[in-house]
Design a protein around this ligand. Structure first.
Ligand code: CA
Length: 231
């Protein structure tokens, strides 16, 4: 995904320089920030296509910044990858629960980082379709990436959007976690199956206030199904 604009928020200059160098060599345009405050300022100045946020930053944690950006409707759909030295499972889950679209643990290989960035960008980008899919008053417009519940917009992160798009274009069928990973994430990166559950939870939560969360149904022992035939 050459030419895409990546904002790198990392306070350690040596890591920032090295990462920026590697990303530029991979064809990305890179801007840099050394703390949350300047990162936020840059995002409102010139919106990047993706933000890479280090967990440990001097003025606030990268997780806190991720939460702030995901809570703000102006930046909720901005793809975020959290970078951390902490490899514990609980951190990974709280990173994803905080709204990050993916997670990379230091030290990482450049090739893995680039693959993950491309995968997130692919999920946030257009799938090529420009149809409008509607079920039960829930409308997904592929051309504009907008989801409407009646006349009210539903705010979704890129992964939840792709997930809902997949479900709405493949309704009334059960998909296993493995199949969903394959169809939504693609085969290029390793993602644990439980990651699916985190995104399902987030998608349901986003749909909940509009009364559409029960369209995403858990089929015990099999996976998930999008169905307008409510239980
Ligand atoms: Ca740091």
């Amino acid at each position: 995904m050459a030419g895409k604009q990546i904002l790198l928020i990392e306070d350690e200059k040596s890591i920032r320089d090295m990462t920026a160098f590697a990303l530029r060599r991979a064809g990305f345009e890179v801007s840099e920030a050394e703390d949350c405050r300047s990162g936020r300022a840059q995002i409102s100045d010139r919106r990047p296509d993706l933000v890479l946020i280090d967990w440990m930053l001097p003025d606030a944690s990268g997780l806190e910044l991720t939460r702030q950006l995901k809570r703000d409707p102006a930046t909720a759909e901005l793809p975020i990858i959290l970078v951390t030295a902490r490899a514990e499972e609980s951190d990974k889950v709280s990173g994803l629960d905080g709204g990050a679209d993916d997670y990379v643990t230091k030290p990482f290989r450049t090739r893995e980082l680039v693959a993950r960035i491309n995968a997130v960008l692919r999920r946030s980008g257009s799938t090529g379709g420009d149809d409008t899919v509607e079920h039960d008053g829930l409308r997904l417009e592929q051309a504009s990436h907008r989801v409407m519940a009646g006349d009210r917009p539903v705010t979704l992160g890129p992964t939840e959007y792709r997930m809902l798009e997949f479900f709405m274009t493949h309704p009334e069928r059960v998909y296993s976690r493995e199949q969903l990973l394959d169809r939504i994430w693609g085969g290029s990166v390793y993602v644990e199956e439980r990651t699916i559950d985190v995104h399902i939870r987030r998608l349901r939560k986003a749909l909940e206030e509009f009364g559409y969360d029960d369209l995403i149904q858990t089929v015990r022992g099999a996976g998930y199904r999008f169905s307008t035939r409510r239980g």
